[in-house]
Ligand binder design. Structure first.
Ligand code: GTP
Length: 773
């Protein structure tokens, strides 16, 4: 089951052959054991049939439109759907909250899917990769387009597991609104907090959907309270549930003050509007009152009338809910059970009614590629010059590489040329594809607001801007996290060497949080990623998609190096070995920066002490060294290097000489600046039966863990929230399983980097020196 796979339950058969924290990985002849889940019924991509009209609900059924009409008109490049009727949305949540199930229901009710895919049967349409279908999890975001109430809805389904956080980040970057799903039993879970903060970062308006109201222990109001306390959000309850668990029947719609009751639980079950059940009348009035108080605050006239006893009409209520949602004043909350087919149609209504169109979000800012100081604003308009952002690359077995692009302004036509403004290279648009999970439809033109996949781009990678060659612009770039874990990988046979290189290049193009490099010293290829599962999936994809058999080493932590104090060094590079000599003299000050600042270079040179043309040499020399610190060769972060002074020779100085001087200054300067090692610290949440609580805490303490808090979960479970160094978390899944007889589960995500205790730092440095010797 998906739940087992991604919650990293100690009862699942996840076995990690992870150990130790050696600087250099030792190769073993074993492949990682992966999740060890039984294969699903279907391992082939689920191909879609045609839409099926006429199923589903009664009163809202008029909303379903034949999408083919829209698609056909869009083919000719005319705008069939006004831009204000576009919704580019993402569905985000903690693992297993039901994103994929909800998306499947949405596709069904919007008439996109002939036969619904069920996650637990391994046939969900949005989870189309083989691994996704076998494991019942979502790995890559799949984009799909569908229609509801004359609105065009582009949906990106995002994975919930922390190793794939980057996917969520990419999606958020290009979406205008989001549905945040919660499991009504578990409430707000750690990954929901992470994605919530990511959505805050990008200012994405959102709607909450409290899912799984049919589950034992479902509690809508507790989840609502957690949205307030854990996420700091101001909720606007728009529905309250009618019943819960087995007796969950439907919802009370507080805007219309009507009950929406489903007649069954099967796919396409009909629903009807009814009077509010008598036992819920008082509660409904109370929540409607709270809703009114929040929304009337957004309009003085409505407020005045309300204070005089005149309630706003339905259209006004909707207008104000929309206004408050888009401006982030509050977050509407709805509920239902995607699995039991209850609540999905009103959720779609809320997407249309309350989430913004591309014209209601701030216009996209960009810069002139020639002069990054100059800001260029691109308005969401078909008549503006074309600008689009590549937010995902996927290798496709049939079409080759597919680049997903969100069009921010203008039009994109198949067969035309666009400029990759980051690289200054022209790219030809071969095919334009509108994606529906794993099926695709060729279109000739993509318009502002569209999300399309382009086939055949050669040089564009995730985060780069494509623009009209006559009006180049670089849209804001995306930030990508640096990998925290790495593993050595060795092709099994000579024949695998080339295939592995091709595969690694393609996978790195798709996924900027995955890196690989060649460690010449150790004669190894090292792959780096965001977690064990991330790297397991990469190795698995190498095998399946690129037919590469490889031996994989034990995962290692990706440490960082930094400094603790300011140090200034003067370094002279001088060489005279016949012919022209080499001379460069520089003074560099190294300063520690705040955590998360990365590396910065600054020149404070005055009066040409180092001529302008030599400064790039200093920058290059320092930058090369920052990849490998003086303690144990890990990347250097949170450091500023200031070039403060220097001198040169009219004949013997060169860019190369200054580059070499910078390398010398780095070595001396870093040693003087109190070098120290940093390690990734993970936030680990363990859910365990109370009888095992003592063992769980004792074990976390022995892993250098710091317990932050305890909590309760339904079913007498205890929750332990802690911070533990990643280096101590390898093999945790099997320890936890053994300790709790498989009854506990845990989730883990990167919290911060912190200083490595001195004794461990000494071990890591000496190990490195041994290897070097
Ligand atoms: N009882 C109940 N189960 C549900 C509901 N929605 C989803 N599920 C089940 O919960 C499990 C996880 O659902 P998914 O849709 O895969 O969840 P997800 O959030 O997409 O998971 P990832 O993409 O792997 O993060 C599956 O077994 C679903 O059948 C619901 O409303 N009620």
């Amino acid at each position: 089951m998906a739940a087992d796979a991604l919650r990293i339950s100690s009862s699942s058969s996840l076995v990690c052959n992870l150990n130790g924290s050696q600087r250099r990985p030792a190769l073993t002849s074993h492949r990682p054991s992966f999740l060890g889940l039984p294969p699903r019924a279907s391992s082939l991509p689920h191909l879609l049939g045609k839409s099926r009209i006429g199923l589903g609900s009664s009163k809202l059924s008029h909303r379903r439109k034949q999408f083919s009409v829209f698609a056909a008109v869009a083919e000719e490049g005319k705008r069939a759907v006004p831009l204000r009727d576009y919704r580019n949305i993402g569905i985000m949540a903690h693992i297993d909250a039901g994103k994929t199930t909800t998306t499947e229901r949405i596709l069904y009710y919007t008439g996109r899917n002939y036969k619904i895919g069920e996650v637990h049967e391994g046939t969900a349409t949005m989870d189309w990769m083989e691994q996704e279908q076998e494991r019942g999890i979502t790995i890559t975001s799949a984009a799909t387009t569908t229609f509801w109430d004359k609105h065009r809805i582009n949906i990106i389904d995002t994975p919930g597991h922390v190793d794939f956080t980057l996917e969520v980040e990419r999606a958020l970057r290009v979406l205008d609104g989001a549905i945040c799903l919660f499991d009504s039993v578990a409430g707000v879970e750690p990954q929901s907090e992470t994605v919530w903060r990511q959505a805050d970062k990008y200012g994405v308006p959102r709607i909450c959907f409290v899912n799984k109201m049919d589950r034992l222990g479902a509690n809508f109001f507790r989840t609502r309270d957690m949205i307030v306390t854990n996420l700091g959000a101001k909720p606007l309850v728009l529905q309250i549930p009618i019943g819960a668990e087995d007796s969950f029947k439907g919802v009370v719609d507080l805007v219309r003050m009507k009950a929406i009751v489903w007649s069954g639980e099967e796919l396409g079950a009909k629903f009807s509007y009814e009077d509010i059940p008598a036992d819920l009348e008082e509660l409904a009035q109370e929540y409607r009152g709270a809703m009114m108080e929040l929304i009337v605050d957004l309009d003085d006239e409505v407020m005045e009338n309300y204070l005089e006893g005149v309630e706003p009409d339905e259209a006004t209520v909707k207008r104000l809910v929309r206004k408050g949602t888009i401006t982030g004043k509050f977050v509407p909350i709805l509920c239902g059970s995607a699995f039991k087919n209850k609540g999905v149609q009103p959720l779609l209504d809320a997407v249309v009614d309350y989430l913004p169109s591309p014209v209601e979000v701030p216009p996209m800012n960009g810069t002139d590629p020639e002069n990054p100081e100059v800001t260029i604003v691109r308005k969401p308009d078909d008549e503006e010059p074309f600008a689009g952002l590549a937010f995902k690359i996927m290798s496709d077995p049939f079409v080759g590489s597919l680049t997903f692009v969100r069009v921010y302004s203008g039009k994109l036509t198949a067969g035309s040329y666009v400029l990759n403004a980051n690289k200054g290279k022209k790219e030809r648009i071969g095919r334009l594809l509108e994606m529906h999970a794993n099926s695709r439809e060729d279109v000739k033109v993509a318009l502002t607001g569209d999300i399309v996949a382009l086939a055949g781009l050669k040089d564009t990678i995730t985060g780069e801007t494509l623009s009209d060659p006559e009006s180049p612009v670089v849209l804001e770039r995306m930030d990508f996290p640096d990998p925290v874990i790495k593993v050595a990988i060795e092709p099994k046979t000579k024949a695998d060497i080339d295939k592995m290189a091709t595969g690694l290049i393609k996978l790195a193009q798709e996924d900027p949080s995955f890196h690989f490099s060649r460690d010449e010293e150790m004669n190894q290829t090292v792959i780096e990623g965001m977690g064990e599962l991330h790297l397991e999936i990469i190795v698995d994809r190498l095998k399946r998609e690129f037919k590469v058999e490889a031996n994989v080493g034990a995962p290692q932590v990706n440490y960082r190096e930094s400094i603790s104090k300011v140090a200034e060094v003067k370094y002279t590079h001088k060489k005279q070995s016949g012919g022209q000599g080499q001379f460069a003299d520089i003074t560099v000050r190294f300063e520690p920066l705040e955590a998360g600042s990365g590396y910065e270079f600054k020149s404070e040179i005055k009066g040409g002490a180092v001529p302008r043309e030599y400064i790039p040499g200093v920058m290059k020399g320092l930058e090369e060294c920052m990849g490998s610190g003086v303690l144990a060769g890990f990347p250097v972060v949170d450091v500023r290097a200031c070039l403060v002074d220097g001198s040169y020779h009219d004949v013997d100085s060169s860019v190369l000489a200054f580059q070499l001087a910078a390398r010398g200054a780095f070595r001396e300067g870093m040693r003087k600046a109190g070098p120290r090692m940093l390690e990734p610290i993970m936030r680990v949440e363990v859910v365990t039966p109370e009888e095992h609580l003592g063992d769980v805490i004792g074990d976390l303490n022995s892993r250098r863990g710091q317990i932050n808090s305890f909590g309760d979960k339904p079913g007498g479970l205890k929750v332990v929230d802690s911070l533990v160094p990643l280096a101590e978390m390898f093999q945790y899944v099997s320890t936890l399983r053994g300790m709790t007889k498989g009854r506990a589960s845990y989730t883990m995500q990167l919290a911060k980097f912190d200083v490595v205790p001195q004794h461990i730092q000494n071990q890591l440095s000496s190990k490195d020196q041994e290897v070097a010797a």
